[in-house]
Write a protein that binds this ligand. Structure first.
Ligand code: CP
Length: 324
C-alpha cells in the first residue's frame, strides 16, 4: 500500500513525476467536460479533524474530476465529539468500503499512525498534521514555482535547481514551511527562512536551509517570496507579536515588493491575514500567485490520487473516449 505522509519521503524523481503528472491533469481543466474516469468505482474519504477551505475543497474537486465516489467527514458534528478515537473513526469509515483516506489532523503524526498501525488497509494522504507536514501544499507550491520560474512546457521533467526561495513568517508552527524546506531541497532550490527569533524552531540548524532575521536583505536575492500566516491558534497569547510590530519588520508591502527582482513572485498558501503578513496591494498584485496556487492544488491532488490509486489505468491524456 502506498501513502503520502511527508514531503521528505519523496525522491527528486518522485516529485518531478508528480509535477509532470499534474501538468497533464491541468489540461483536463481546460476541457469542456472537466472529468476523467480514472478512479471510477473507487471511494475516497476526506477525514478533516481541523478546519480547512482550500485543501478540503480542492481534494474534493480533484476526487470528483477523477470520478471517485467521495465521502466528506468533518470532526465537528460527528461522534468524535462523544469521544470516539481516530482508530474507531477510521475503521468505521473503512467498513463502508474506502480505498483512500485524506486526513487533516491537529496532532503531528496522526496520518503516519493511520498509515502504519494496521488499523486500515486504505491509502493514506496527509492533508496537514499539526505543525509537521502538508506535502500536497509543498507540491502545489513547487508546481507554481516551476511554471512561473521555469515555464509550463519548459518545466516538464525539470526540478527547481538554483532557484532562490525565501519563506517568511511563523516557521515555528508551520507545516507548510517544513514541507517546503524538504521538497525544495530535494528539487535543488536554495531556501532561506526569515522570521522573528521567537518564531524559529529549535533545531532549525539541522534543516537544509539558511536562516535570516532581515527580510529587506533577502528580497533582492529571491526568485520567490512565500509569506506564512502567524498561527495564533497554535500560540500562547503571551507570545503573540503585535500586528504593527510584525508587519513593520516582516510584512510584505508595495515598497518591499519593489526590492524583489522583476521576475520574482510572491506566494501565500492561505489563509492570508491582510494587513499583517501581506498588504492588500501586494495580495491583489499580478505578482502574487495565491489564487493560482489554489487552482494548481486541484491538479496536484489529482496527480497524487492518480499515482496512488489509479497507476495501472491508462495515462490521462489517452482517455479520449471517456471525455465525451
Ligand atoms: N493552505 C491551506 O492548507 O489552506 P486551508 O487550511 O484552507 O486548507
Amino acid at each position: 500500500q502506498r501513502h503520502l505522509i511527508s514531503a521528505a519521503d519523496l525522491t527528486r524523481d518522485d516529485a518531478v513525476l508528480i509535477l509532470d503528472t499534474a501538468e497533464e491533469m491541468a489540461r483536463v481543466a481546460d476541457r469542456p467536460i472537466k472529468k476523467l474516469p480514472t478512479l471510477r468505482g473507487r471511494t475516497v474519504v476526506n477525514l478533516f479533524f481541523e478546519d480547512s477551505t482550500r485543501t478540503r475543497i480542492s481534494f474534493e474537486a480533484a476526487e470528483k474530476r477523477l470520478s471517485a465516489d467521495v465521502i466528506n467527514f468533518t470532526a465537528k458534528g460527528s461522534s468524535v465529539s462523544k469521544g470516539e478515537s481516530l482508530k474507531d473513526t477510521a475503521q468505521t469509515l473503512e467498513a463502508m468500503g474506502v480505498d483512500a483516506v485524506v486526513i487533516r489532523h491537529g496532532a503531528s503524526g496522526a496520518p503516519y499512525r493511520l498509515a502504519t498501525s494496521g488499523w486500515i488497509d486504505a491509502a493514506v494522504i496527509n492533508a496537514g498534521d499539526g505543525t509537521h507536514q502538508h506535502p500536497t501544499q509543498a507540491l502545489l507550491d513547487a508546481f507554481t514555482m516551476r511554471r512561473r520560474l521555469v515555464g509550463r512546457d519548459a518545466g516538464i521533467g525539470q526540478d527547481l535547481a538554483g532557484k532562490r526561495i525565501t519563506l517568511v513568517g511563523d516557521i515555528l508552527h508551520s507545516r507548510v514551511a517544513r514541507s517546503n524546506v524538504d521538497l525544495l531541497h530535494t528539487l535543488g532550490a536554495e531556501v532561506t527562512l526569515v522570521a522573528p527569533p521567537t518564531l524559529v524552531p529549535v533545531g532549525v540548524g539541522s534543516w537544509p536551509c539558511e536562516v535570516s532575521y532581515d527580510l529587506d536583505n533577502t528580497l533582492s536575492k529571491s526568485d520567490a517570496v512565500m509569506l506564512l500566516r502567524v498561527q495564533r491558534e497554535r500560540m500562547n497569547a503571551a507570545f503573540f507579536p503585535t500586528e504593527r510590530e510584525y508587519s513593520r519588520r516582516y510584512g510584505l508591502d508595495g515598497d518591499r515588493m519593489a526590492k524583489m527582482p522583476e521576475h520574482a513572485i510572491v506566494m501565500h498558501p492561505g489563509p492570508m491575514v491582510r494587513g499583517m503578513e501581506i498588504t492588500a496591494e501586494v495580495a491583489d498584485s499580478e505578482r502574487c500567485t495565491a489564487i493560482e496556487q489554489v487552482t494548481n492544488g486541484v491538479s496536484i491532488r489529482m496527480a497524487v490520487l492518480y499515482l496512488l490509486l489509479g497507476g495501472n489505468e491508462p495515462a490521462v491524456t489517452h482517455t479520449r473516449t471517456e471525455e465525451k
